[in-house]
Ligand binder design. Sequence first.
Ligand code: SF4
Length: 250
Amino acid sequence: MGSYIELLAAKSNRFTGQDGGMVTEILASAMEMGLIDRAVVVGRDENWKPVILQATSVEELKEAAGTKYSFVSVMPELRKAIKSGNVAIVGTPCMVSGARNLQSNLLKYRKNLKLVVGLFCMENFYYDQLAEALKSKGVDDLTKVEKMDIKKGKFIVKIGEEEISFGVKELDDIVPSGCKVCQDFVAVESDVSVGSVGSPDGFSSVIVRTEVAKKIVDYIKEKGYVEFSEANVEVIKKLINYKKKIHPYG
Ligand code: SF4
């Protein structure tokens, strides 16, 4: 779990997202508070190809909401953003570690990285390989896909009223080698980690780790921007242990 101050299950009243819209809520609130003026986030094109962008408004944040399940190179854009203003980044645990590394190497600008939001991550895929695998499952036209999700061991693709789902294990052959030895499920180096595991449907689990994240979450509570429920730490720990088991070092 890494160290943390508070664990919540929450759902934004203002934004929709993959689950509870909490990543967008946290970033938008940090913008409102004047803590950040931009966020390095992963958006997507109409074919679900991930695109890295610097969002400087709530509208741009909303456009980037939702999980894409494919890699995009984040560090070059983050390096540029850190030199331009007060920045937040959202990323998988490996991106979070990369961001912390970059921060410790960019001494002059390190304070500009104000907020690091980590996403729960079991594994990720290269876009071309994922697109091909989805095609073999009957997803011929990615432009029609509304949502992709991984829940309870199933990869789920939503196209209108239709849902195509299959065991995520069937994608084992295209799991990148880095993911196969990665043991960080909850982005332990982030300021705040967000994911669906451990919270009721439609809510996000939020692991508040640092004072800056606590300040944002307190602001969100004060403004009444979210609805709360109870997060189950044991369910999160189960997935942490499962990731360690399926991704042993060496
Ligand atoms: Fe990164 Fe690890 Fe997730 Fe792979 S499994 S995308 S290496 S955090």
